[in-house]
Ligand binder design. Structure first.
Ligand code: ADP
Length: 501
């Protein structure tokens, strides 16, 4: 630790050396927490401690909110083009520091370095650039009600936004939320997940370097029940944007009721992937693999329920198993050939193993995997890619989100049954349909209760396309132009052009 106790020189397992900030990022400075609490970050590959960082308590949240409120007074009125330029500078800095950011992401989260360096971190830069372009294109409208009145609308920032993000894509989730919030002229208090506290702090150094005024972006680590709860219930915060589990989303909604906060939630899923007999089965198997096994299965939109038409069930299952066996190479996430690293924490690792036991005891057929993977130095939170077939609708493994490299396969006879099964869930986030019949593809897409439907692919999300769920998978949309709606209020201005009383 340095003498100020707010940064530490670290050498990552890939040999990369960098300075890791450890404080709370408030007003463009790293500060110690008033709470005195710390979070220790664990490397999920070998279970070693990486370092400890400061964790915010309620008082620290108060300080960050006060900084954001003060900054909002001037930030809301800067020329929108300048806001966009700052965001573009930040995006360039993300590109410049890609190696460090990707290294931290892999070390702390366990995701393969090939993914963090070529997908996650580039997506952060792309998302910031995309929304930077909107900063000076947030147009209101003029509404003609006749000559007696001039009516127009302004799109105004909401104020201070609390953003609570998960651990599965620490930087990308931050960018999805910061992009539209900043473009629209809001200030932010963002809390990272306690499982992955490191990359956001390094990102904080780039916020300062880009030249954002102090207080516009404040980045906290902290425990959900403490700092997260303080943000969700804070009267000085105007909006909450949350990504995480449905259970936590429900808690946040309750806490946010205190001042009727504007709220967007992106929560859980048990997304179906439908394979019809007329599909290109080889492609369906490859996309089904991407759809559930990417990011160690830790994706809210993972197509974790695969529904296959009876006539192609056996052939598909064989191809799916073969693809997983050939592609899902489990190993050290810093090795180039690794497709699947460890689960993020021991708790998640045990959760997945618990669902494996549940599948076995409920009588589903374990088609592959089903155990911890011990070949990476005998340590780490690795799980073999796991598939259960012959899964019944009533089973826990069919109904509940597992959030791991864990897929269930079930069958259907008709299109009607396929849609009914797809919709038989409290969730409604992603979905995928494989068929060569264009009419059927669009018909099924209309009938599925989900925020997103992939036709002949799975999980190839894109920052330009709206993302979000229906039912208990969330409220509102992120990404795309739709993502801006959550960060502005429409103000209507009525100008009397001569109506005299
Ligand atoms: P998981 O169960 O996968 O860890 P969570 O939904 O609990 O996912 O966590 C997502 C984010 O929500 C994290 O930043 C976490 O700290 C935060 N969080 C957890 N509990 C609460 C809460 N009661 N209030 C506000 N934020 C919370």
């Amino acid at each position: 630790m340095s003498s100020d106790n707010l940064s530490i020189e670290l050498t990552a397992p890939n040999g990369h050396k960098y300075t890791q900030p450890t404080g709370l990022f408030i007003n463009n400075e790293f500060v110690t927490s008033r709470s005195g609490e710390k979070i220790t970050s664990i490397n999920p590959t070998d279970e070693s401690e990486i370092t400890s960082v400061h964790a915010a308590g309620a008082e620290d949240v108060d300080i960050a909110v006060a900084a954001a409120r003060k900054a909002f007074k001037t930030w809301r009125d800067i020329v929108p083009t300048e806001r966009g330029e700052l965001m573009l500078k930040l995006a360039d800095l993300v590109d410049k520091h890609r190696t460090t950011l990707a290294t931290i992401e892999t070390w702390d989260n366990g995701k393969p370095y090939t993914v963090s360096s070529t997908e996650d971190v580039p997506e952060v830069a792309s998302c910031l650039r995309y929304y930077a372009g909107y900063a000076d294109k947030l147009h209101g409208t003029v509404i003609d009600t006749g000559p007696a009145k001039l009516a127009y609308t302004l799109r105004e920032p909401l104020g201070v936004c609390g953003q609570i993000i998960p651990w599965n894509y620490p930087l990308a989730m931050a960018a999805w939320k910061l992009g539209p919030a900043l473009a629209c002229g809001n200030c932010v208090v963002l809390k990272a997940a306690e499982q992955t506290p490191l990359s956001i702090l390094y990102f904080g150094t780039l916020i300062k370097e880009a030249g954002f005024p102090p207080g516009v972006v404040n980045l906290l680590n902290g425990y959900g029940k403490v700092a997260g709860n303080a943000i969700a219930g804070h009267e000085g915060i105007d909006k909450i944007a949350f990504t995480g589990s449905t259970a936590t989303g429900r808690q946040i909604m309750k806490a946010a009721a205190v001042n009727l906060k504007n709220i967007t939630l992106e929560t859980g899923g048990k997304s179906p992937l439908l394979v019809f007999e007329d599909a290109d089965l080889e492609q369906a198997a490859k996309w089904a693999h991407i759809g559930i096994m990417s990011n160690q299965g830790q994706i809210c939109t993972a197509t974790s329920r695969v529904l296959v038409q009876e006539g192609c069930y056996d052939r598909f299952v064989d191809m799916f198993k073969k693809t997983i066996g050939e592609t899902s190479k489990v190993g050290d996430p810093f090795q180039e050939e690794t497709f699947q690293g460890p689960q993020v924490t021991k708790a998640q690792f045990e959760r997945v193993l618990g669902y494996i036991e549940s599948g076995k005891s409920e009588g589903a057929t374990l088609a592959m995997g089903g155990t911890a993977y011990k070949d990476v130095g005998g340590k780490g939170f690795f799980v073999e890619p796991t598939m259960f077939t012959g899964v019944k609708d009533s089973m826990k493994i069919y109904r509940e989100e597992v959030f791991g490299p864990f897929v269930v396969v079930s069958s259907f006879k008709t299109e009607e049954e396929a849609v009914a099964k797809a919709n038989d869930t409290t969730y409604g986030l992603g979905s995928a349909v494989f068929t060569q019949d264009i009419t059927k593809a669009h018909r099924v897409a209309r009938n599925i209760e989900a925020g997103m439907v992939w036709i002949n692919s799975s999980n190839d999300s894109d920052f330009r396309i709206p993302f979000g769920g229906v039912k208990q998978s969330g409220i509102g949309r992120e990404l795309g132009e739709a993502g801006l709606a959550a960060y502005t209020n429409t103000k209507s201005v009525h100008v009397n052009m001569g109506t005299r009383l």
